[in-house]
Design a protein around this ligand. Structure first.
Ligand code: C2E
Ligand code: MG
Ligand code: MG
Ligand code: MG
Length: 290
């Protein structure tokens, strides 16, 4: 932590911080190039009901960096958000989704609704909102094909603004889910005012449920409150059959997690759809992760 004092008394970066800033800027530039080159792809993680039927899939961005290999969205989405690249990333995701849905149809498969994560930073400016809504229209991605996942904070911020992206998507009939529920600043008062149809309990509360009486109490309460408000409940991060069974007993509506299926490449997704079309209730736990 060798910080040097500049001539004018300003703190200069330590070599470590300088390196962190440089690698962050490099990542931003690489992401910009990757977007321009159309290198970002989507993985699809299925959601199942209590009977094991496939009900929808969540689209998750994937980026393969030429030198670094796969970079997690946990790393590049925040970079995209703070640099403004998230606007282009969101539009790109819509085009990739259209391409992947078309490929399913071309293979004679019908595609379940796809849920896309929407960042509030993506649609804060009016012209970005218009651009996004126009893309939905141009690509023919209506409420039957597409749903959106938003985190608590972005939903709350938008509730009082009629022309916000949340209120606009709701008025257009899109199903909205509150993502990572329990990790933001939730308020039951806000929950009451929202017209979100789904609530996704963060995997923090789901992992290890079977071994945690306190955890079960909490999740059971969340499910009751959500159901009283006519919301469907999705459990994220279902990794074990014991946890899934617990959630089934508590009346949870949908299940997503590595224990059921990892996020899949589009070709693997097609294989899953093909098998489900034949009535097989396959989980694909053993398939290669993406
Ligand atoms: P999320 O929306 O909560 O997505 C679920 C994340 O949990 C995914 O991570 C998924 O791979 C992971 N996951 C699913 N099941 C399990 C499990 O059983 N155990 C564990 N440990 N993890 C599980 P991923 O793909 O790394 O995405 C991370 C986050 O990045 C997402 O969290 C979402 O907030 C964001 N994200 C991803 N793609 C996009 C995108 O296209 N746009 C925006 N705005 N955000 C995105
Ligand atoms: Mg999500
Ligand atoms: Mg989530
Ligand atoms: Mg999450």
């Amino acid at each position: 932590h060798a910080k040097r004092q500049g001539k004018d008394g300003m703190q200069l970066f330590s070599p470590e911080i300088g390196e962190a800033v440089r690698s962050r800027l490099r990542l931003e530039q690489d992401l910009r190039d990757a977007l321009a080159a159309g290198e970002l792809e989507l993985a699809y993680q299925p959601l199942f009901d209590a009977q094991g039927r496939l009900i929808s899939v969540e689209a998750l961005s994937r980026w393969r960096h030429a030198q670094r290999g796969w970079i997690s969205p946990v790393e590049f989405i925040p970079v995209a958000e703070s640099s403004g690249l998230i606007v282009g990333l969101g539009l790109h995701a819509l085009r990739v989704l259209r391409r992947d849905i078309d490929a399913c149809h071309a293979a004679g498969l019908s595609c379940p609704p796809v849920a896309l994560n929407l960042s509030s930073r993506q649609c804060r400016r009016a012209h970005h909102r218009e651009q996004f809504l126009q893309a939905l229209l141009d690509l023919g991605l209506g409420p039957a094909a597409l749903e959106f996942e938003l985190t608590e904070s972005s939903v709350f911020e938008d509730l009082d603004k009629p022309d916000s992206i949340v209120m606009t998507l709701l008025s257009l009939g899109y199903v909205l889910a509150i993502d990572d529920f329990g990790t933001g600043y939730s308020s039951l008062a806000y929950l009451r005012r929202m017209r979100c149809r789904k609530l996704k309990i963060d995997r923090l509360f789901v992992n290890g449920l079977a071994d945690s009486p306190d955890g079960r109490l909490l999740v059971d309460s969340i499910i009751r409150v959500a159901h009283a408000m006519h919301m469907q409940v999705v459990a994220e991060g279902v990794e074990t059959e014991a946890d899934r069974q617990c959630l089934v007993e508590m009346g949870c509506d949908a299940f997503q997690g590595f224990g059921l299926s990892r996020p899949l490449r589009p070709d693997q997704m097609q294989e899953l759809l093909r098998r489900h079309a034949h009535g097989e209730r396959v989980h694909v736990q053993t398939w290669q992760a993406w």
